[in-house]
Design a protein around this ligand. Structure first.
Ligand SMILES: [Fe+2]
Ligand SMILES: [Fe+2]
Length: 255
């Protein structure tokens, strides 16, 4: 019979499958302390504790098989597609800036302004986002992304930016920005790139349109011209923020 024609290869296949499954099961996935802190717990996964539960296990030191696989040399667009939890807000913001006729620096800044939130962490998202992109974009773009964190809390009606009603809803009408945010705003006010960051806020606030038609493909050329894609792959290069991209790619590596 046909299935006996090459029994060795069938048994080899079975061995390979078993080997593969064992590896999957043996690789224990761990969480970082930050995940527990977010749940209100000060604790960590220790190897001793994990071995008590999974005797003889080895820990995951590569991709998490539950997440979308990343290509060998990932680009910013691959992170958008495989790791960013949401695109709509960023794309709407960038589309708004594009339609308003702003230059590519402003459009890119709008496209990337909240990548801290959608991929990484909420607290101080402007600072995280700026640090992630700093080695790959013009200084003006990362400066604007960092500073929008502070400018959002301060109106500039001449530029078309009111304090957002949404913020009263989100944070209450008695919320006052912390002193470090006020100080950042004071430093930014007279900076030569103030308007670039302010334009992020202006395009941000009007961009929550559920009917807007947006597409990442519309921005691939702007990314190509303004984001220096490392040859080795984003995160596999040696830039000062490459580790942040690697952490997104492999969020459950033990170390
Ligand atoms: Fe933001
Ligand atoms: Fe935003």
């Amino acid at each position: 019979m046909n299935q006996h024609a090459n029994p060795q290869s069938i048994s080899q296949q079975a061995d390979e499958l078993e080997e593969h499954m064992m590896h999957e099961l043996e690789r224990v996935v761990t969480k970082s302390t930050l995940h527990y802190l977010s749940d209100g717990e000060v604790k960590m996964d220790s190897s001793a504790g994990l071995w008590a539960k999974h005797p003889g296990a080895v820990f995951n030191m590569g991709p998490d098989p539950r997440l979308p696989p990343m290509p060998a040399k990932p680009t910013l667009v691959d992170y958008f597609r495989c790791r960013f939890a949401s695109h709509a807000h960023l794309l709407q913001s960038a589309t708004h800036a594009l339609k308003a006729g702003h230059n590519e620096k402003v459009i890119l800044a709008c496209l990337l302004h909240d990548i801290g939130v959608v991929s990484f962490i909420r607290c101080d998202h402007g600072y995280w986002g700026a640090q992630m992109i700093e080695p790959y974009v013009g200084e003006e773009v990362s400066w604007a992304v960092r500073t929008h964190q502070a400018l959002r809390f301060f109106p500039d009606e001449a530029a078309g930016y009111k304090y957002p009603d949404m913020y009263i809803k989100l944070f209450g009408d008695d919320y006052k920005p912390e002193p470090y945010i006020v100080a950042e705003y004071e430093r930014a006010k007279n900076h030569k790139w103030y308007m670039t960051s302010r334009l992020i806020c202006v395009n941000d606030i009007y961009s929550f349109d559920p009917n807007a038609k947006v597409n990442l493909d519309d921005f691939v050329d702007i990314i190509g011209r303004n984001f220096r894609q490392p040859e080795e792959g984003l995160g596999l290069d040696s830039s000062p923020s490459a580790h942040m991209w690697r952490t997104m790619m492999w969020p459950n590596r033990f170390l």
